[in-house]
Write a protein that binds this ligand. Structure first.
Ligand code: ZN
Length: 315
């Protein structure tokens, strides 16, 4: 074999294997970050610890897939954990495509459902993975603590009651039955926002609070559990609505950083001026996906974090 042929082979092998090498030994092993994905008017937060990923909510569109592509190795087709905080489309819609694209190992979900075509599609995507046997459904229990990776641990701060006499995610196989069940058992007046899964999350020594769309009634209920403590980062409840971030709740949580996930010039008027004033009164640093795009916190090995976003907040 000539020297020229050897060089050519080396170049071919290098180009063929470099992405894999990079993925497995560089990017894959060293990424440690929390990402608040810019998904417009909705929520999608991604926690990455090497080859471990936790996605909390999936936003109202397919934008969540771009966020995953940018932050997960192209050779990693598995998401270790998925959490759906509640059954509103601005939180679950993107998860249908996520479940169709990635193998999901654990899904934390309340035994909840909504009578809409989009929710049925989500349910079917969950059911497909359950049937293959990849997926374990985990129901949140108040006070339950679990470390999901070597650096990421979560604690459940919300309490739930079951709607259904059977567990729709494990006992029901028929799509039509799900529809009947929802009509029969979910009260028309059910308040989805205040049934949000609320999670306290630790990444190393840094603490985060993810509250879904919890509003004041659920915030006060969480206060009553005695589990609420000061956190470093609050993911603003209900996209900065004035019905969330109540004074008593904020006084207990005392966040130094607050991330608001909402769409630019959204029709709901999120975030509300009153909420922004409460945050200003706390002296908290506010980050906004509508004005700054996707917000990333990188954790280094020396105990520091580094925040970044494509745009800075206007004065
Ligand atoms: Zn929402």
């Amino acid at each position: 074999m000539s020297f020229k042929t050897i060089c050519l082979l080396f170049i071919i092998v290098w180009f063929a294997w470099f992405p894999k090498f990079y993925s497995l030994f560089v990017h894959h092993r060293t990424t440690a970050r929390v990402v608040f994905c810019d998904v417009g008017q909705g929520d999608a937060s991604l926690i990455v610890d090497g080859d471990f990923q936790l996605l909390i909510d999936g936003g109202p569109s397919l934008d969540v897939l771009s966020c995953l592509t940018q932050n997960v190795s192209p050779f990693d087709h598995e998401l270790e954990w998925l959490v759906l905080t509640h059954a509103d489309a601005d939180h679950f819609y993107g998860l249908t495509s996520v479940l169709q694209t990635y193998t999901v190992r654990h899904l934390m979900i309340y035994n909840m459902a909504k009578a809409s075509d989009d929710f049925y599609a989500f349910y079917q995507a969950v059911w497909s993975q359950l049937q293959v046997g990849n997926l374990e459904v985990v129901f949140p229990a108040l006070g339950a603590r679990q470390c999901l990776s070597s650096r990421v641990c979560v604690e459940v701060l919300s309490e739930f009651r079951d709607f259904f006499p059977l567990n729709i995610y494990q006992d029901h196989q028929s799509f039509e039955n799900l529809s009947d069940m929802i009509t029969k058992f979910v009260p028309k007046s059910y308040d989805y926002n205040n049934g949000s899964i609320v999670l306290k999350l630790y990444f190393d020594q840094f603490s985060f609070l993810f509250t879904g769309d919890a509003e004041e009634p659920q915030e006060l209920a969480i206060l009553d559990t005695g589990l609420l403590t000061k956190v470093d980062v609050l993911k603003s409840g209900h996209h900065g609505s004035k019905s969330s971030s109540s004074p008593l709740f904020l006084a207990a949580v005392q966040p130094e950083n607050i991330v608001i996930s909402c769409g630019l010039e959204n029709s709901y008027g999120h975030p509300h001026q009153l909420t922004l004033q409460r945050y200003a009164d706390l002296g908290a640093q506010v980050w906004r996906t509508d004005l700054q795009g996707t917000i990333v916190i990188d954790f280094d090995d020396n105990g520091y974090w580094h925040w970044s976003s494509p745009h800075s907040l206007p004065d």
